[in-house]
Design a protein. Structure first.
Length: 801
């Protein structure tokens, strides 16, 4: 159907459809009435698949996505990352750099199923994007480069998927590539990911001879027509004794092994196999095996493995079939919080984009209930109510306006000005309270300790600490407000970007996850906000911890309005064994029972936000303190007469009993940062507990300190010829090589290297190896610097050399 016809049809339905280049019709949207449109837009929940594609950088996620969109009929031509015209990589930088930076949600249909697909980035600087997307998915496809098997970043995303309990299938891509090895890749899945691969397909040929695949479940071979330039033309033929005796024998053995493997993992299937089909597995219908594989995939006791070559257009249609067949529908996932909402709206905002014309666009996963345009929604995190003006179906950077969207779907809303990434959305405050009461009644013990809001919040994304920072300056002072606005918008989209203001120099400081991250932000400010900004040199975010226990005391005596606020803080910082990043707050026995929930929340909010923020004082001093292994003991008193509305008497020192009504002990075993704690801000009792921050810094100054530096996991894949120069270079960079593996014809160097030593490494490695090597970096941990390196760093930072 030509695009003018589509527009005419959609107009009849009072739909506003934006169709861009490359986009064909939206099958199913062209109906005679809203009813048929509704059933297409809101398919039965059992027919919905919310899927992500995850992998190591360059494994072929974007190429695979493009093929998927093409075969499902949503694009008319095949996009190519190498030509820079893919659909999901729609940001200019992505097209230019050939990498996926921001995940784009794409909705399409395949054989009666609605697939919402999120293309996730593979670069380590954007792992937060991956994590954010995984949270809203019901299943994922892990794409591997079949010549490399499991690579560093694959491990990271696999772990993230484990954390969110996402059922997966594996797609061994690049089977056409020289060096591709199905067996090697499967073995690496078994060994490195500790997963049980279910071989649902075997390749026909490898590398240059790769022609197609054999479906082990149905014993059919799928061969792609070598003359077809888009891979649409392929034939599915049953394997026959006459024509393929050898292959048939091999596949029969593989099928029997698969049946045994699945029977070991699934009791229901085991009963079936051992009963009816024990004599002859050949008689077992393919559907029975598929249903059992679906159950096993859902239980995450094994992962189905398929293979193909997205670039050569082979194997993608069976992958789509496998997505609908083996990955779960939203109703098959066990989201415990759904029972509290009883069908009322519950959604999670997982991505915010800023559109120049339409303002903030919020991507939402709807878990229960329905979203409509003009609907007022309540944001639990922001504790605010706002209205959705329009509802869109996401179609990469094109969007179709729709009248409603039900549970299980991914929606794109317009009009929400305050909603940020990670917020939980419900229909109203009273609905949230009702859900909360139900949660309480259900006796959710683990939630019982939490506040009302916390109990209802959907799992939060862990925002990693930035490892790099640099100053950013507008072209002129007059442009500073524009820069502030741009950074505010970018932060709502990307919570891993942190922006600070140096109180002394007044400079804006950007903190990010890596060189590429900061570079991309810089680029986006220029392109999307028209601001030519200047970046200062990139600096590594060091941390600091203390080595001994110290005490400090301070007093704040201030009159605010007609109230006198007197706070005495006694703080003790000492070593404590913990790996926690956020402060674990423990109250002294005397306060634990009597401190009101509101006071606790204020204390916790204050401490958490204080620890999440950076301290410019330390940044200026070139490193920031880390309370790893620190306990802060804080005792504060507030005059009884002034604050009786807020605090009941809690005392642990008879000396103060007659004067004060509040005593608080805080433990801070954290890697966070102590600063001005606005602990009681929310209650309006004391506007700023600066004194607590000051006393923290006072204590820290007294302590013996140790600087910690970010240490990266490094994996370099290099051909044998270049191994020596790369190793020699790493030795100069204080690299610690753990292992050198052999992967096909390549050597893989695995080790650790301090982040400070690896800045700009891509250029160096390219020069050293004539562009033949690749590398992956991931933050491992923070390690103590040796005294010599520490004093060199301090001298450099203080300008001594
Ligand atoms: N030989 C071969 N090359 C492929 C195949 N699939 C993708 N490629 C190439 O691999 C490179 C990376 O492909 P992408 O699709 O951009 O990979 P990606 O995983 O999306 O990359 P990021 O988004 O940057 O993480 C491109 O040069 C592709 O042409 C394949 O099946 N075979």
């Amino acid at each position: 159907m030509c695009s003018s016809k589509i527009r005419a049809s959609l107009k009849r339905l009072r739909l506003h459809v934006l169709l861009g280049r490359n986009y064909s019709s939206l099958p199913g949207l062209i109906g005679n009435d809203i009813k048929s449109l509704h059933s297409i837009i809101n398919p039965p929940i059992a027919k919905i698949r919310n899927i992500g594609i995850m992998a190591h950088i360059d494994a072929g996620k974007t190429t695979t996505t493009e093929r998927i969109l093409y075969y499902s009929g949503y694009t008319r031509s095949l996009g190519d990352v190498d030509d820079g015209d893919t659909v999901t990589d729609f940001m200019t930088q992505e097209r230019e750099r050939g990498i996926t930076i921001q995940s784009a949600a794409v909705t399409f249909d395949w054989k009666g199923y609605r697939i919402n697909l999120i293309d996730t980035p593979g670069h380590v600087d954007f792992t937060l994007e991956v994590e954010r997307c995984l949270r809203v998915l019901d299943g994922a496809v892990a794409v591997f480069d079949a010549s490399a098997g499991v690579e560093a970043q694959t491990l990271t995303v696999w772990r993230q998927a484990d954390k969110h309990k996402i059922p997966r299938i594996c797609f061994l891509n690049k089977m056409d590539k020289i060096g591709a090895s199905f067996n090697y890749a499967v073995e690496s899945i078994r060994e490195k990911l500790k997963a049980k691969p279910l071989l649902l397909q075997l390749p026909i040929g490898e590398g240059k001879t790769f022609k197609g695949v054999v479906d082990v479940v149905s014993k059919e071979k799928l061969l792609w027509n070598p003359n077809s330039d888009d891979g649409k033309d392929f034939e599915r033929k049953p394997l026959l004794e006459m024509s393929d005796p050898e292959l048939l024998k091999e596949i029969t053995e593989a099928r029997n092994a698969l049946i045994e493997q699945v029977a070991d993992l699934d009791d229901e299937f085991a009963d079936l196999v051992l009963g009816e089909f024990s004599e002859n597995f050949d008689l077992l219908p393919a559907e029975k095996l598929q249903t059992a594989v679906h159950r096993v995939t859902l239980a995450q006791t094994a992962v189905p493995v398929l293979c193909g070559s997205a670039l050569k257009n082979k194997g993608v249609q069976p992958l789509l079939d496998a997505i609908t067949m083996y990955l779960p529908s939203p109703e098959e996932r066990n989201y415990e919080f759904l029972q509290w909402y009883k069908g009322d709206l519950c959604a999670l905002a997982f991505k915010v984009l800023h559109d120049k014309q339409r303002g903030p666009l919020v991507f939402m996963r709807i878990y229960s209930g329905m979203i409509k345009p003009q609907l007022a929604i309540h944001n639990i995190n922001g504790n605010c109510t706002e209205r959705i003006s329009r509802l869109l179906l996401p179609f990469a950077d094109q969007h179709v306006e729709i009248p409603s969207l039900t549970a299980g779907n991914i929606a794109l809303t317009v009009g929400l000005k305050h909603t940020a990434t990670g917020d939980t959305i419900v229909s109203s405050k009273s609905s949230a309270l009702a859900a909360c009461r139900r949660a309480e009644r259900e006796g959710e013990k683990k939630h019982r300790q939490n506040s009302e809001a916390e109990r209802l919040l959907l799992a939060g994304v862990e925002i990693p600490e930035p490892v790099f920072f640099c100053t950013i300056e507008p072209p002129s002072m007059a442009k500073q407000p524009d820069l502030d606005h741009a950074l505010k918008c970018l932060q709502r989209e990307d919570p891993s970007l942190k922006v600070k203001l140096d109180p002394d120099s007044g400079q804006t400081i950007l903190c990010g996850m890596g060189e590429l991250h900061i570079e991309i932000i810089h680029d986006r400010i220029k392109r999307e906000y028209g601001l030519e900004t200047y970046l200062g040199p990139l600096q590594v975010a060091y941390r600091e911890t203390i080595l001994n226990s110290v005490r400090a005391t301070d007093t704040l005596d201030r009159t605010l309005g007609d109230r006198r606020h007197l706070v005495t803080v006694e703080l003790e910082a000492k070593s404590l064994e913990t790996s926690s990043l956020l402060p674990v707050i423990e109250y002294a026995a005397s306060v634990a029972e009597d401190l009101s929930r509101a006071s606790r929340e204020a204390v916790e909010n204050g401490l958490h936000s204080a620890c999440l923020q950076d301290v410019m004082y330390w940044v200026r001093d070139c490193y920031k303190p880390t309370f790893s292994n620190v306990v802060a003991r804080t005792i504060a008193w507030i005059p009884n007469s002034r604050c009786s509305n807020y605090f009941t008497f809690i005392g642990n020192s008879s000396r103060y009993l007659h004067n004060y009504d509040f005593c608080l002990c805080l433990k801070m075993p954290t890697k966070g940062v102590m600063r001005s704690f606005t602990v009681f801000k929310e209650q309006g009792v004391i506007s700023s507990w600066t004194v607590l921050g000051l006393v923290g810094i006072k204590a820290l100054k007294k302590a013996d300190k140790q600087i910690l530096e970010p240490l990266m996991n490094l994996e370099v894949t290099v051909t044998r010829d270049y191994l020596s120069p790369v190793l020699a270079d790493l030795a100069q960079r204080r690299g610690n090589i753990q292992e050198i593996q052999t992967r096909q014809d390549n050597k893989v160097i695995i080790g650790f290297v301090p982040l400070a030593e690896i800045m700009g490494y891509s250029t160096v490695l390219r020069t050293l190896t004539s562009g033949s090597a690749t590398f992956a970096l991931e933050l491992s941990n923070y390690q103590a610097m040796n005294p010599q390196d520490q004093s060199t760093l301090l001298s450099q930072r203080s300008g001594l050399f």
